[in-house]
Design a protein around this ligand. Structure first.
Ligand SMILES: Cc1cc2nc3c(=O)[nH]c(=O)nc-3n(C[C@H](O)[C@H](O)[C@H](O)COP(=O)(O)OP(=O)(O)OC[C@H]3O[C@@H](n4cnc5c(N)ncnc54)[C@H](O)[C@@H]3O)c2cc1C
Ligand code: FES
Length: 295
């Protein structure tokens, strides 16, 4: 397949996730036009698509679903989900599209989360804000084969209680065997939050208490972190302090991308082209470059 050629997909569903003063967040269900591309379309958790809105531009957006084919809420072959925060030219153009409108899709691209290496391990998924989106397929995948994994917990840091993404799914995940811990940076005037207040690192740091977390086994724990870079950096440091190996920590580097297929050099970051060597990188390999800003 020509990697530059977008394939047409239609919007078959739009779900408004959050309506925040800063930006709205919505999930689109896309269905590829029938043909060989749709028939063979498959993605791995952590990968992204380039979405092309004619007249506005093309941007990288992570896969956030659907659940695997054996789940009750799985979608048809060639259909998938993207959660988008409307922040600029292309994302706001995407926000204006309606059910039935079409756009271009290239992908899936990039390195996935290391699903094979999570098997028989305990797993900590650490998410900040919209970082929940690329981690949701990991949760779906774990849930569809729950017995293959040890203790699995989602540690989710949100700005406010109102900005918790996929809030309606968290309870179902908890009853299906995923530990859910959430923290918020701040609460508004209506104090209806009884959970912790502080950064996501707080949820990691408290695992140093053996009495509170007797089952925590750093030597057999894999950590997947997705969120703002500064959050990933400090969460990785917290994980290291807990005794988790640097090679068992994974981050997703979502820097600016153009071609998405390793040709333009736009996403070069140290020795990595983040569109093909990333976005998911092992922390011990990425750490030396974490202080490099966008080129
Ligand atoms: C691998 C990868 C996966 C991504 N997955 C998602 C996803 O699942 N959902 C999603 O909404 N976005 C995702 N992004 C980010 C998305 O590509 C950008 O938000 C997008 O490029 C912004 O394009 P724009 O034209 O709307 O904004 P622009 O017009 O380019 O930017 C407008 C303003 O938004 C700011 N901005 C740009 N990017 C971001 C950002 N990531 N967060 C906050 N502000 C930003 C800019 O600093 C600028 O001030 C991903 C990026 C990468 C590289
Ligand atoms: S975006 Fe072009 S090389 Fe990565």
């Amino acid at each position: 397949m020509n990697p530059w050629q977008p394939h047409r997909a239609s919007i078959v569903n739009i779900h408004r996730e959050l309506d925040l003063p800063s930006a709205s967040v919505f999930t689109v269900e896309l269905k590829l036009d029938p043909g060989p591309f749709a028939d063979s379309y498959n993605f791995a958790p952590g990968q992204f698509n380039m979405l092309h809105v004619p007249g506005s531009g093309e941007i990288a957006i992570s896969h956030c679903g659907p659940p695997p084919k054996d789940c009750s809420n799985a979608l048809e072959q060639g259909s998938f989900l993207h959660t988008i925060r409307a922040v600029g030219r292309v994302t706001r153009a995407l926000e204006k599209l309606q059910i039935g409108d079409s756009l271009g899709v290239r992908g899936p691209y990039g390195s996935p989360w290391p699903m094979n290496q999570l098997e028989n391990q305990d797993v900590l998924l650490v998410s900040g804000g919209l970082g929940m989106a690329p981690l949701r397929p990991v949760i779906y995948s774990i849930l569809s084969n729950r017995s293959r994994y040890g203790h699995v917990s989602l540690l989710y840091g949100s700005r406010t209680p109102e900005s918790i993404l996929y809030a309606n799914e968290l309870e179902a995940w908890a009853t299906s065997g995923i530990g859910i811990e959430t923290t918020v940076d701040r609460v508004g005037n209506e104090l209806r939050w009884s959970g912790p207040i502080g950064p996501a690192t707080l949820l990691l740091d408290r695992r140093s208490s053996k009495s509170a977390y007797p089952n925590f086994r750093p030597e057999r724990t894999q950590v997947l972190i997705c969120g703002p870079e500064v959050m990933m950096h400090f969460c990785a440091l917290s994980a290291l302090k807990l005794g988790i190996r640097a090679s068992s920590i994974w981050i997703s580097m979502e820097r600016n991308m153009q071609c998405g297929v390793g040709y333009c050099g736009h996403c070069q970051w140290g020795p990595f082209f983040l569109c093909k060597d990333g976005p998911v990188l092992r922390y011990d390999l990425a750490e030396p470059y974490l202080n490099i800003k966008d080129l």
